[in-house]
Design a protein. Structure first.
Length: 311
């Protein structure tokens, strides 16, 4: 049975790895000179990618030259990354990567035979070559995420939705699975802005976004389409499932009250239109049918869900 061992902290600032010191390491410290030269080589390879998953793959490939292993895993809860390459084995070395007090992630290597002391020493030195390339990859990931997020609600933005629509339609056709779309509009939102001001209007939009997002699954795309309009893209969901989720979101917003900074509660409702992808239908037609269903919901009393007639 594998024993749980606390992950050791690897921090380049603690003196493991200083690229400028290679020429100053005495010849009698041959192992350290070898590790440093190898670390510099690995850094050069890792800097060829800004994708976190690819950086780990490259690091594993480089490490395998001198330290054979059956699997490598990398986790970062903040960025929701949980990656494992290879088959996990019995013996494990685990490390927390840290730079200037900030956790960059945790790395574990496993194999069927124990790692000997020389391998552990080399591994701990060479892991420092991973820290900064991985930190750069995470920063790049953050930048991409910011570009695809609505700054107010933190939901996906229209650019992200358009890309997701193309991807999910392709997947639905390839795997012959259902795909549903829900278009949502906040009822009488102009009245909120006119009565309370745009600052309160923004708070209401954030409140609605939170209510809607809580009703969805992690596999669903939840986006702010623009203004007071939101869109849900529901993979592997048929008309019935899409309608049920839409009704759940409607009820959640209807039950919730959005409280202003002054402590005043603002009551809002939403109207929703649902469509389910038809065979050979393009993105425009798919969206248009949901939008037409939303129009019927708005014209027939608001605060309700309508399904496209030809779903």
């Amino acid at each position: 049975m594998e024993m749980a061992v606390p992950a050791k902290i690897i921090d380049p600032a603690q003196g493991y790895f200083n690229p400028g010191e290679l020429a100053n390491v005495p010849l009698e410290r041959a192992a350290e000179r070898s590790y440093l030269a190898r670390a510099l080589q690995i850094v050069t390879v890792l800097q060829t990618s800004l994708e976190a998953e690819k950086v780990i793959e490259l690091f594993s490939r480089e490490m395998a030259v001198t330290i054979p292993h059956d699997s490598i895993s990398y986790t970062n809860d903040t960025h929701r990354i949980a990656l494992t390459l290879g088959e996990t084995s019995e013996h494990r070395c685990s490390y927390r990567l840290v730079v200037t007090g900030k956790l960059v992630g945790q790395v574990s290597l496993t194999r069927i035979t124990p790692f000997d002391s020389d391998e552990v020493e080399e591994l701990e030195y060479l892991l420092c070559s991973l820290v900064y390339p991985m930190l750069n990859a995470l920063k790049y990931r953050d930048a991409l995420d910011s570009a695809l997020r609505d700054p107010l609600t933190k939901l996906s933005n229209r650019t992200m939705l358009d890309a997701s629509l193309k991807r999910e339609i392709d997947l639905a056709r390839r795997h012959k699975t259902p795909l549903s779309l829900v278009v949502i509009d906040v009822d009488d939102f102009k009245r909120v802005n006119d009565t309370y001001g745009h600052a309160v209007g923004d708070e209401v939009l954030k409140c609605v976004a939170t209510c809607i997002a809580k009703c969805t699954r992690t596999t669903d795309v939840v986006a702010r389409y623009g203004g007071e309009e939101f869109v849900l893209l529901l993979s592997n969901t048929d008309q019935k499932g899409g309608t049920l989720l839409a009704e759940r979101a409607r009820q959640a917003v209807d039950d919730a009250g959005c409280t202003t900074a002054q402590g005043e509660e603002v009551k809002v409702t939403i109207s929703l239109g649902v469509s389910t992808l038809k065979q050979a239908e393009d993105r425009a037609g798919f969206f248009e049918r949901a939008d037409q269903a939303l129009y019927r919901a708005k014209s027939q009393g608001k605060n309700c869900v309508k399904v496209a007639d030809d779903c």
